[in-house]
Design a protein around this ligand. Structure first.
Ligand SMILES: [Zn+2]
Length: 273
């Protein structure tokens, strides 16, 4: 199964190259499918051998092969992160890969339901990865990615709970509740605390995590957000007034809640009983 895992990693890294394009083009309303990749500095069009994930960056020692200016670490980091993401989700879903042993969601890679399940989680988490960096870098959450993550989350719920209407109603309610809660914050702070992109994003998080899951996710988001903001202010890297992108915290909360939500709840319950 090592060959299978390495294969998934390489496919993930190749998709990571595309995610880098999405990160830099979607916030500026540029078509990610139009025009070849070029160097940010000398605008030279890049050949296929300049675009091999991670390897080109290491081979050229992090510089453009034409003008030799230093390239951003974002490129290899996102490619690596995407490779690991594809492998971690495969380990979460496929019983053939011995990660997350004993998870009840695990299924055989040969079943169609299992592959759809994998695809839905890939769509959701890949969109999260791009939103994370786009919001951090440009303070913009592209609508296309909120939509794609929402479609992934809905597909995931449909494959997990097909025909279970109460469960589907429950996750829809979680989405609407979280959305309303954030709209109130947005309205009261007049958009200074959080952006409208965050309001749309939490709908997806509710849909993806359900009521309990989204409460845990938002709790982790506010906690980490407050901690990181305080550290930035104390070290005088930011002032209280400057807006700090909130989507990265929401997504850290969502991912923590998805993988470790139940453990966190158990831990809290044991702590306070
Ligand atoms: Zn160049």
């Amino acid at each position: 199964m090592l060959v299978f895992t390495v294969f998934i990693f390489i496919v993930g890294a190749i998709f990571g190259s595309f995610f880098n394009v999405l990160i830099d083009r979607l916030p500026h309303n540029e078509n990610p499918f139009k025009g070849r990749s070029h160097c940010d500095f000398c605008k030279k069009k890049l050949a296929w051998f300049d675009l091999i994930p991670v390897i080109s960056f290491v081979w050229l020692r992090g510089r453009c092969g034409y003008c030799h200016k230093k390239l951003s670490w974002q490129y290899p980091l996102i490619e690596l992160a995407s490779g690991f993401l594809f492998v971690i989700i495969a380990g979460y879903i496929f019983s053939e890969i011995p990660l997350f042993a004993g998870e009840s969601v695990k299924c055989q890679v040969s079943s169609v339901r299992c592959l759809v399940n994998y695809f839905s989680l890939l769509l959701t988490f890949s969109s999260f990865l791009v939103i994370f960096v786009a919001d951090l870098k440009y303070q913009i959450i592209p609508d296309e990615l909120v939509l794609s993550s929402g479609m992934g989350a809905l597909l995931y719920q449909l494959t997990m709970y097909a025909g279970n209407l109460p469960q589907l109603g429950y996750v829809l309610l979680a989405g609407l509740g979280a959305c309303l809660f954030f709209y109130v914050i947005y309205f009261v702070t007049k958009g200074k605390g959080i952006g409208f992109g965050d309001v749309k994003l939490v709908f997806v998080l509710g849909l993806f995590l359900g009521v309990t899951g989204v409460v845990v996710g938002l709790y982790v988001a506010f906690l980490t957000g407050a901690a990181v903001s305080s550290i930035l202010v104390l070290t005088q890297r930011k002032r209280w007034k400057t807006r700090i992108a909130f989507a990265p915290f929401l997504l850290v909360g969502a991912v923590t809640s998805f993988f470790f939500g139940q453990q966190l709840i158990n831990w809290y319950a044991a702590f306070f009983s």
